[in-house]
Unconditional design. Structure first.
Length: 216
């Protein structure tokens, strides 16, 4: 049905890609010596990204149907963890695009990039998931298409013709967890929010997301 595509490479020359295994697409890893198939299931896995520590992140379905939302998975060289838990949509929403991973294992992505006003930049910091954009009075015409992260945890993304930089501002100890705090500022003109801290917990904060991880 198809061949290998979506290749990625790290600075050590390790290469990842997705390839058709006879029934669906799976993720493959070349470590400079040999090739390993790191997924083996009945669902499509594709779009892998790899960092310099050999961590691989990709999109995959867990429902066994093309109508299910794709989830994100992270391979740390030993085991695979599912880092999103998107619900089953009624209209095909909850797409994940613009996936990126830092050398510290932090993952950033844009959710629903084609749905302006409903799309959001998310960051997985190794413990919890944080919304870095939207949900703060953004008008429905705002579109976010691309997000990238560096090894300092800084995230850059585009929104409504502007470039935003989200910077870590430390950690906040709460009654429920220790959550990353981020502030966003516009680099190209005034933005709708500047230096806003988004907290994951406690209840009553700006954004509340359930921390959910599952071994695959």
């Amino acid at each position: 049905m198809g061949g290998p595509w979506n290749p990625g490479i790290n600075n050590d020359g390790w290469v990842v890609w997705n390839d058709w295994d006879g029934s669906d697409y799976e993720i493959f890893l070349y470590d400079g010596t040999s090739t390993t198939q790191i997924t083996n299931n009945v669902d499509d896995d594709f779009g892998p990204q790899i960092n310099d520590n050999g961590y691989v992140v990709w999109r995959g379905s867990v429902e066994g149907t093309s109508y299910a939302p794709y989830q994100l998975f992270l391979y740390d060289g030993t085991s695979t963890t599912q880092i999103t838990d998107l619900p089953l949509p009624s209209s095909g929403w909850f797409s994940i695009e613009s996936l990126d991973i830092s050398n510290n294992g932090q993952v950033v992505w844009v959710q629903n990039p084609a749905l302006c006003g409903l799309n959001t930049v998310f960051l997985y910091d190794g413990i919890s998931t944080i919304a870095l954009s939207q949900l703060l009075g953004w008008d429905l015409h705002y579109c976010i298409w691309t997000a990238r992260i560096n090894d300092d945890g800084k995230v850059v993304y585009d929104a409504d013709g502007k470039i935003f930089l989200a910077k870590p501002m430390g950690y906040s100890a709460t009654a429920n967890a220790e959550a990353s705090t981020y502030g966003s500022e516009s680099l190209t003109g005034s933005g709708v929010f500047n230096s806003v801290a988004l907290l994951l917990v406690p209840i009553g904060a700006v954004v509340v997301l359930r921390v959910w991880r599952r071994k695959r």
